[in-house]
Design a protein around this ligand. Sequence first.
Ligand SMILES: *Cc1c(COP(=O)(O)O)cnc(C)c1O
Length: 498
Amino acid sequence: MKNYVSTRNPEVKATPAQAVLKGLAPDGGLFVPDDLDSIKVNMQAMMNMSYREMARVVFGLFFPDLGDKTLASILEKSYENKFDVPELAPLVPVSDSYVLELFHGPTCAFKDVALSALPNLMTASARHENFQKRILILVATSGDTGSAALTGFSNVEGTDALVFYPETGISQSQRLQMVTQPASNVRACAVKGNFDDAQRGVKEIFQEVEEPAEGVSLSSANSINIGRLVPQIVYYFNAYKSLLDRKAIKLGQEVSYIVPTGNFGDIFAGWLARAMGLPVGRLICASNENDVLTEFLNTGRYNKKRDFMRTTSPSMDILVSSNLERLLYFVCGPEKTARYMEELRTKGEYQLEEDDLLEIQGVFGCASVNSNESAEVINRVFRENNYLMDPHTAVAWGAMEKLVASGELKKDEAKVVLSTASPYKFSRSMLEALGQTGGESDHENMKKLQDYTGVKAPEALSSLFEKEVIHKDVIEAGQMKEYVIEAAEAGRRIRNGQ
Ligand SMILES: *Cc1c(COP(=O)(O)O)cnc(C)c1O
């Protein structure tokens, strides 16, 4: 692979470093590799590697221009001493399946895996392109990306990060993780609206604003940035290796992955792993009540004209799953993808052709699990298996159970459920799922959950409540553009000592 191309027009090209720096393609499309055949790996060799070595192979295939030495140093900086377990993403047997715990990073959600690496990828890309401007990272978050991005970019030279989060709907702990960030180059701002409003605002700013202040360039840390997806490919391979090490499978045997899905980033990383040669059986897209993707994968109709539901798995409360566009590109080609995205924007829906749908259904399965069902799963799995899973993970677990019941997944095949957050990010919902009462204060809820379950809260979360609230701004979604320009100007003045 040499270049990235836009999902809407293969004539719009970028080198890997440029794709990471830009985030979104200039025509509004997303960057995808121009050639999937050249990203194949040797499975046998991969299975003898450590997590870091695997990451080096994967990064090397997607960012060949940065060079092996630079990539090695990026990986060292990104993962050394940042996760609270040496294996980064442990695979834990639960009942007759496996849970892939992706929440051992600094903000206790799987987004840390990518956002620990992205700032280093970005600064290396800037050096490689001899890019002189300061980079302002804009993020729209449904809860977890925000804190992971603010943490990842804290004090990273040459960058600032600005996160927009929905004023209501995220948990108290999630909010505190953002508004207490002390580094002077990062800030968080609440938006009156939901995640889709914030995401739409950010996308518009990317299309309308070239330079928010002199010498400042915008980039994205959302999963529309290819630099977010690539680090996530690695743990699909590593989970497979863990199954081999446990002798749960033989090399070549297919494994199904069940993924709690919002923006379709995590599961698309799984699709890329499959394209690279990982023996993936089914990729199961698990949704909550916001089951746009379940409808899409069943019928080929993507319809965002529906009520936005607030659920106990807020990081999946999304109606427009951006990364689906990348899958459409590979299945339908750029012309149809561009047309569907235009229809989605103007009519709020599009309908896939039958053949394309069948191709997608050949790999992807789906199920939706509502908040009551997810609570029941949390309760039952804790009682029967003494394993505490967060509400997002429980949606995936519940989806797996539904598909085993329907026969789409086999009871005795190897199945990996991706666990995307620590239960302690959602203490109140956890307590309620366990039949206890949760209160207004997440601090109290956290202690109560700890006492009740005997599972220790991660230090990163239990220490939140002593921290000072620094970021207090709340704005209307319509004011986001203005806010970004003001923030960029203010930053420029400070740097120039004016
Ligand atoms: C972001 C997030 C998801 C959804 O991941 P996508 O890549 O957006 O599909 C699921 N669970 C948690 C806890 C998350 O933070």
